[in-house]
Design a protein around this ligand. Structure first.
Ligand code: GDP
Ligand code: IMO
Ligand code: MG
Length: 424
């Protein structure tokens, strides 16, 4: 295995990246988030203690590890403060080991308000966002009118930038009785957070470059999944960042040679939260079974996740666009007890079969999945720690996936807890 690994979700998010990052963090010195924001919900379970991280890298659970939030993230400062309080309450000391880039754009209360209003305005075409203000914050960033962490340290500049926001966001904010529309209040609250931020801000790009030069190991933690990538996913049903490998470089300011291995995280079946095409979705009792057995409810919003069979066509896309080197397959145990397991190996569209996703990913909403049916297994995979102790059919299922994707499996997860894992 390579030294510096990037952990990337290969489906529609919630693949179990948090658990995989937590495992790999044991061998890393630094864990870095490079995109997304508090739309993420990464769950880690250690010794019956549950941690759900939204903005802070999952490595924070490991005492002594350094964690970074890169410029590619959109950071909700109030959410961060809350998360730090929760962590502190859980006995995690982050002081001296959490660092944030000054160039990170802030998600402010009005972004969340606008997210909610825009979703409402979309009516039946709503995207099903997490309403965490992610889209509106990235819009401001790209339009070069965002407010960044560094602005917190220049009150005059902060006020000027917020005044400009007041002007351009008028259609959303003027006349609103929602307290999130009150920019004066936001400004004062932000200025009250300067002391929290000051000791956390550093040049992440330089810090990582130097650490790499000293032979330290860096783990890059992706959020969301490849099919939610704003360029390469099921646009417009996507998030607003590059969730795929390119996001690591631009979101942290590192060179390509600082990534040695791309670990693709794949849930043993598929889930999706929010709207958008999902060819293998099961809207029947089989889907309900996956939701119940897999406890498929959002870690951020609590929404029930849509569930379906594994989609190899979508995964081939994810493997190609990320250059996935190894697979971490999670939630195998959820499939235990099924008579048969289906895998989508091609799509049918207009009477033709396709082994790859259509050029226009919006057409994914019109394809019919072509399934290969594999025998299920009755044996319990939960908590297994060696490949050899899995049921023969479970092993065949895993090998089928690895053969199709032409990528080796490095980890199989057989339960939510840290030790319920097969390291290969
Ligand atoms: P992430 O966003 O990719 O980090 O994934 P989430 O934390 O949102 O969702 C994954 C869920 O599955 C969490 O509740 C995890 O605790 C749980 N989980 C992770 N791996 C396994 C596994 O192998 N088996 C089971 N049963 N649950 C798992
Ligand atoms: P993690 O990191 C699953 C989905 C939302 C919605 C779309 C756009 O836990 O895997 P946004 O709020 O980003 O504008 O919403 O993206 N989404 C996720 N789905 N896991 C996530 O993160 C997600 N983050 C966003 O449900 O469909
Ligand atoms: Mg999640």
């Amino acid at each position: 295995m390579g030294k510096n690994k990037a952990v990337i979700g290969c489906q529609w998010g919630d693949e179990g990246k948090g658990k995989i990052v937590d495992l790999l963090a044991a061998d890393a010195d630094i864990i870095a988030r490079f995109q997304g924001g508090a739309n993420a919900g990464h769950t880690i379970i250690v010794d019956d203690k549950k941690y759900i991280l939204h903005l802070i890298p999952s490595g924070i659970i490991h005492p002594g590890k350094t964690c970074c939030i890169g410029n590619g993230v959109v950071l909700d400062p109030f959410g961060l403060r809350e998360e730090l309080d929760v962590l502190t309450g859980q006995g995690i000391d982050y002081r001296g080991r959490l660092w944030i880039s000054p160039a990170t754009n802030l998600v402010l209360p009005y972004h969340k308000l606008i997210d909610a209003v825009q979703e409402k305005n979309r009516g039946t075409g709503s995207l099903g966002t997490t309403k965490r203000g992610i889209g509106p914050a990235y819009v401001d960033k790209v339009a070069r009118q965002g407010i960044r962490v560094v602005d917190l340290f220049s009150p005059d500049r902060l006020r000027r930038r917020l005044d400009y926001q007041r002007k351009i966001k008028e259609p959303y904010l003027a006349g609103s009785d929602d307290e999130r529309s009150d920019l004066d209040r936001t400004c004062e609250e932000l200025l009250g957070m300067v002391d929290l931020f000051r000791p956390l801000v550093t040049d992440i790009s330089r810090m990582l470059y130097q650490a790499h030069g000293e032979g330290k190991t860096i783990l890059y933690e992706g959020a969301q999944g490849s099919m939610l990538d704003v360029d390469l996913g099921t646009y417009p049903f996507a998030t607003s960042s590059n969730t795929t490998i390119g996001g690591v470089l631009t979101g942290l300011g590192i060179g390509v040679r600082m990534i040695d291995e791309v670990v693709g995280v794949v849930k043993a079946y598929s889930t999706r939260v929010g709207a958008g095409p999902f060819p293998t979705e099961l809207v029947d009792d089989k889907g309900e079974r996956l939701r119940t057995e897999g406890d498929e409810y959002g870690a951020t919003t609590g929404r029930p996740r849509r569930c379906g069979w594994l989609d190899l066509v979508a995964l081939r896309h994810a493997v190609r666009i990320n250059g996935v080197d190894s697979l971490a397959i999670t939630k195998l145990d959820v499939l235990d007890g099924l008579d048969e397991v289906k895998v989508c190996t091609a799509y049918e569209l207009d009477g033709q079969r396709f082994p790859e996703v259509p050029l226009d990913l919006a057409r994914l909403g019109h394809v019919k999945p072509v399934y290969e049916t594999l025998p299920g297994w009755k044996e319990d995979s939960t908590g297994q720690t060696s490949f050899g102790s899995l049921a023969v059919n479970a092993r065949e299922y895993l090998n089928f996936i690895a053969d199709d994707l032409k990528v080796d499996i490095c980890i199989v997860s057989t339960g939510a807890k840290r030790q319920e894992t097969i390291m290969i």
